[in-house]
Structure formats: C-alpha cells, structure tokens
Design a protein around this ligand. Structure first.
Ligand code: HEM
Length: 133
C-alpha cells in the first residue's frame, strides 16, 4: 500500500457515499446472502443500530489504516479477538472487508476504476495480516 492507494480508497468511499447514501443495508444484505449462517449472530440487534455502528467503525478504521494508521491496525487486531465473544469466526473478518469493497464498487458505478480496484486489493491483503495475527 502507498499514499496513492490511500487517496484512491478515500475517493472511492466518498463517491460511494455520495451516490449510494447509507451503505449499511447493502453491505449486510450482501454479507448474509453469501453467508446466511452469519445473520443469526445479529439476532439481538433488533433495530439495526449495532450493524450501523459496527460498519461506521469499520469505515473509520479503513480511512485510518490507509492514512495515518494511528489506531486501525491495533483496533482490527483487538476486534478480531473481542469478537470471539460473539462467536464470530476469524475468517469472516476478511469476508466482511471484501463485502465492504464489493459494495463500495457497486455504489461507485461507472466512477469505479482500475486504480481503485488495485488499491482495494492491496488494502484487503494488508488487512489480512492484522486479522490473522
Ligand atoms: C474490524 C472489523 C470490525 C469492527 C471494528 C467491529 C466492531 C464492532 C463493534 C464496535 C460492535 C459493538 C457495536 C455496538 O454495540 O454498538 C460490534 C458488534 C458485533 N459485531 Fe463487529 N466489528 C468488526 C467485524 C465483525 C465481523 C467480521 C463480524 C461477522 C459478521 C462481526 C459481528 C458482530 C456481531 C455479531 C456483533 C454483536 C451484535 C449484537 O450485540 O447484537 N463484526 N462489532
């Protein structure tokens, strides 16, 4: 990852939010479509507030990770372990970040480009190291 990747990822998130608005519904619909077994984990989240809060933390973490990296690497590492308490398997972290990437790509539509695609690939690979650690 380099600073250009960070700029492309930030840009893609800005465009996705301008065009797609709140992506919470789209992210979790895609996640549960691919892994229906994950939906019951959120059964306590009757109004969707936890899902929304979690996704907003994930977006913040991504922006920090591609920028200053002040806390995101520690947060992701810590959450992977904290989420053991919610019975969330480690491999779902990679899936969640991939799901976010696909949803952002879809929301960007024709504004999505090859540079963004490569930058997100490198980001997903870099995140993996903190999830596995
Ligand atoms: C870096 C990635 C992640 C971050 C920063 C994160 C953050 C959080 C936070 C802050 C909460 C508590 C929210 C609240 O109570 O308001 C939460 C709850 C939860 N997260 Fe995550 N999360 C991450 C990844 C995941 C993944 C990959 C899954 C699997 C699908 C997952 C499943 C859950 C579940 C099941 C809960 C509890 C729901 C409930 O209490 O009803 N999280 N997460």
């Amino acid at each position: 990852m380099n600073s250009e990747d960070g700029a492309l990822i930030t840009q893609s998130l800005e465009i996705a939010s301008e065009r797609g608005g709140d992506l919470t519904g789209a992210v979790y619909a895609r996640l549960f479509h691919e892994r229906p077994d994950l939906e019951p984990l959120f059964v306590m989240d009757t109004d969707g507030a936890v899902r929304g809060e979690m996704l907003s933390r994930v977006f913040d973490a991504i922006l920090d990770f591609v920028g200053d990296r002040a806390y995101a690497h520690n947060l992701i590492h810590a959450e992977a372990s904290n989420h053991d308490g919610y019975n969330v398997p480690r491999d779902t972290f990679t899936l969640f970040f991939t799901t976010v990437a696909k949803t952002v790509e879809e929301a960007c539509g024709d504004a999505w480009n090859e540079g963004m695609s490569q930058a997100w690939k490198r980001l997903l690979n870099a995140l993996d190291a903190y999830i596995a650690a």
